[in-house]
Design a binder for this molecule. Sequence first.
Ligand code: EPZ
Length: 423
Amino acid sequence: METREGPLMKLKITGGRRLEGSVKVSGAKNSILKVMAASLLADGCCIFSNAPMITDVSTMIGVLQGLGAKARAESGRIVVDPSSLSGYEPPEELVREMRASIQVMGPLLARLGRVRVRQPGGCDIGPRPIDLHLKGFSALGAKIKEERGFIIAEARKLVGAEIHLDLPSVGATENIMMAACFAEGTTIIHNAAREPEIVDQQNFLNRMGARIIGAGTDTIKVRGVRRLEGIDYTIIPDRIEAGTYMCAIAITGGAACVENVIPEHLQAVISKLREAGIDVQPRESSIWVSAGQRPAAISVRSMPYPGFPTDMQPQVTALMSIARGTSIISETIFPNRFRYVDELHRMGANIKLEGRVAVVEGVESLTGADVEAPDLRGGAALILGALAADGETEISGVQHIDRGYEDIVGKLRGLGADIRRVG
Ligand code: EPZ
């Protein structure tokens, strides 16, 4: 959305309206960004359907173009043609802007034998090291150098290896999986992350001609091949966007259907919302959510998949801010993922932070206020608070939210919310 002064970066929400009807979930941000990177391995063109039109996708298009590949969005699809791939250094300013840019390291190492990338700094939610990515690359035979804030990885040839991840890192699992596609022999990744987006990446790579098994479990096996071909592929739905709308319906005491989802990907979220007394009915490819009264207080601990997703921690904390009783929300994945709490305080929430634990005393109701989104999911939490609050809330920093939620204003208005973009 553009105006003379540039994109509209604030939202105005008048709360108190029950959300009803239905909302359609878009493709998964945390899948499309990785399969776009993986498409650099293909000999031909890849076309991705059900791709979310979000700013992180535009950024990844910029990264691929910066490497010499052709990439563009057209009518809800992403087209990538890597045949003109020439660079091995993703544009520094884009790596700074979006950490997921480092997911091109595996494909570039596999395809060109070389990659040079700016050391990805910490971000809104804490330090974001990539030591496990580098551990995997060097196990495959790459030489790693770090100089002047850049990481250079080089390998004349990659040879399959057994790699044990110290922790089930999503990005490291995906980057190593991609690097191993052309390695000589077999690579085994132990203690791999098990997220559905990794299964999506395995399915995409195998459709291109890779030979990978085990994604979705903690052990992934990759048998190197010589080439991969371009294919058309449809991205899985975004389970975090789905969970966000489920919490939006719940916090407003609404009743509505969240469509185009894979309920199995949301088991932990479904279970926790039910524990809070919310009626959640999974169907074939949708989930019905109905909340009569204030939710009951619950305890939540973010964990690697299939545990409760850290990307849903801010949203469930916002929901618990109006619960009956005291909730304990523990964040075990990222050290700094409660920055939105100060903003919820301005809306009257009663939350005490003790390290990585939030003690949430539910209040009868929140009150509209002017608040600032600190990051993507924290911004989503503020929208949820505003939907339930008495009166009007103005949220600035909406550029964070636009990174991962396609048409959030349109989708919430479709559910009956009073929300609009302002300058
Ligand atoms: C992915 O980030 C997601 N991003 C994140 O979603 C998500 O929160 C995270 O996985 C965990 O599920 C994308 O997929 C684009 P990790 P990633 O590597 O891959 C530490 C959102 O809101 N770690 O699993 O960066 C790391 O510091 C975003 O959509 C190392 O120590 O996550 C963190 O504490 C936010 N060394 C933990 O592991 C490493 O080499 C989990 O990180 C790598 C990670």
